[in-house]
Design a protein around this ligand. Structure first.
Ligand code: HEC
Ligand code: HEC
Ligand code: HEC
Length: 313
């Protein structure tokens, strides 16, 4: 089912990851397709693009494109476990490690980069043209873009759901048997992913008005709110995924995430209903109810220290 050809990717000229085109069994669906970080960054979002290019997500693309011998060995073992030969060619790996991009509906997607804008903000083919209609009222076109699948910056929980999809192996595309095979072959699973620590280091891009030249730090109340949303998303993902794979490492990691999130959310005003039934819709109700509240009193002393924010290696 695989088609190999040379792509016109701008991401890399090396003969590795970026130089492979391949077909997927799943075509572009109603949710549209990715247009790629280079489209987002070329004319408009340069500051965010520069941050992303230097982030661990794009660094990992280069890492896997030119792996050390040790990394190559790890990759080969994991690939063998799912019956594939190249990461850029493996539907399993591309789900989390790369951004598959196309220019038109129905076109065969190519590996354009590591996880990128659309991995977090939603595939752009449908929403990008609408969000860019600059002659229109801002709020109106953004609301329409949101209805077309754009995950906007204020939608922290929805973004966190995407982080967890990859970082907690919670994505629907990855079934339990695949998770078990990956873990058996030495794929890492990180029970300690926490949104503030992982998003406020070199992943952070916050070029908001009034001074859009500054990548601003969050205030304490903003950090506290983000922390709560991240823990809520972690609890939802880990609870929903717990039964996905019976693999002991996976079970242990998910149970650790559940315990951590429950401790993190203890005492958050109004959290009891969500903690009793940790679904995404209950999380969203909690988050809506907490909107505008200062949660530093409830969780301020649980926030990770800025020294621990993760920077690109
Ligand atoms: C569900 C998402 C997901 C899938 C599917 C996935 N990975 Fe990963 N992979 C990650 C994440 C996230 C990390 C970073 C480690 C962590 O935080 O768990 C990672 C880390 C790795 C590492 C460790 C890198 C290092 O520097 O030590 C290797 C090797 C790897 N993946 C290979 C693969 C291969 C090969 C495939 C396909 C067969 C694959 N992964 C499929 C999400 C995924
Ligand atoms: C790992 C996930 C992730 C990736 C990758 C990512 N974003 Fe974001 N983005 C976020 C989050 C989270 C916020 C919310 C920031 C906040 O309000 O604290 C955000 C905020 C934004 C904002 C509003 C803040 C600002 O800087 O103006 C824009 C615009 C944006 N992203 C565009 C992009 C573009 C363009 C790319 C790719 C070049 C990108 N993002 C890649 C997660 C991501
Ligand atoms: C499409 C899948 C995907 C999404 C969505 C995603 N990541 Fe990642 N992330 C990865 C992969 C893959 C790596 C790199 C693994 C490697 O290099 O070994 C990574 C690496 C990282 C790293 C470097 C440390 C580490 O664990 O390797 C940070 C920090 C990070 N991601 C934060 C985030 C945050 C915060 C979000 C959401 C706002 C997010 N990621 C969303 C797949 C994803």
């Amino acid at each position: 089912m695989t088609t190999l050809a040379v792509s016109r990717t701008r991401a890399t000229t090396a003969a590795g990851i970026g130089a492979v085109l391949f077909a997927l069994s799943t075509g572009a669906g109603a949710e549209g397709f990715n247009i790629g970080a280079y489209q987002c960054g070329e004319e408009c979002h340069q500051p965010e693009f520069e941050i992303w290019e230097a982030s661990p997500h794009q660094a990992s693309f280069y890492k896997f494109d030119a792996p050390s011998d040790e990394l190559q060995e790890k990759m080969d073992a994991i690939l063998a476990a799912v019956g594939d030969e190249y990461m850029s060619d493996s539907e399993t790996c591309t789900t989390c490690h790369f951004t598959l991009v196309q220019e038109e509906e129905g076109e065969i997607p190519w590996v354009d980069s590591g996880p990128s804008c659309e991995s977090c903000h939603g595939a752009g083919s449908e929403h990008q043209p609408v969000h860019s209609e600059k002659e229109r009222d801002y709020d109106e076109r953004m609301a329409e873009a949101e209805s077309l699948g754009m995950i906007r910056p204020h939608m922290k929980f929805a973004i966190a759901e995407n982080c967890n999809g990859c970082h907690a192996m919670a994505r629907d595309e990855v079934d339990g048997d695949t998770i078990s095979s990956l873990l058996d072959a030495g794929h890492p699973i990180n029970p300690d992913f926490e949104l503030v620590q992982y998003s406020q280091g070199s992943v952070k891009h916050r070029f908001y008005p009034p001074d859009t030249s500054v990548n601003a730090d969050m205030t304490e109340p903003e950090l506290a709110n983000l922390y709560v949303q991240g823990q809520a998303a972690a609890l939802v993902a880990a609870t929903a995924s717990l039964d996905k794979s019976g693999h002991a490492d996976y079970q242990a990691a998910m149970q650790q995430r559940i315990d951590t999130a429950r401790a993190a959310l203890a005492g958050v005003p109004g959290a009891d209903a969500f903690l009793a039934d940790p679904t995404a819709s209950n999380a969203q109700s909690l988050i809506d109810a907490l909107d505008g509240q200062d949660l530093t009193g409830a969780v301020g002393d649980r926030l990770p220290s800025p020294d621990s924010y993760i920077q690109t290696e």
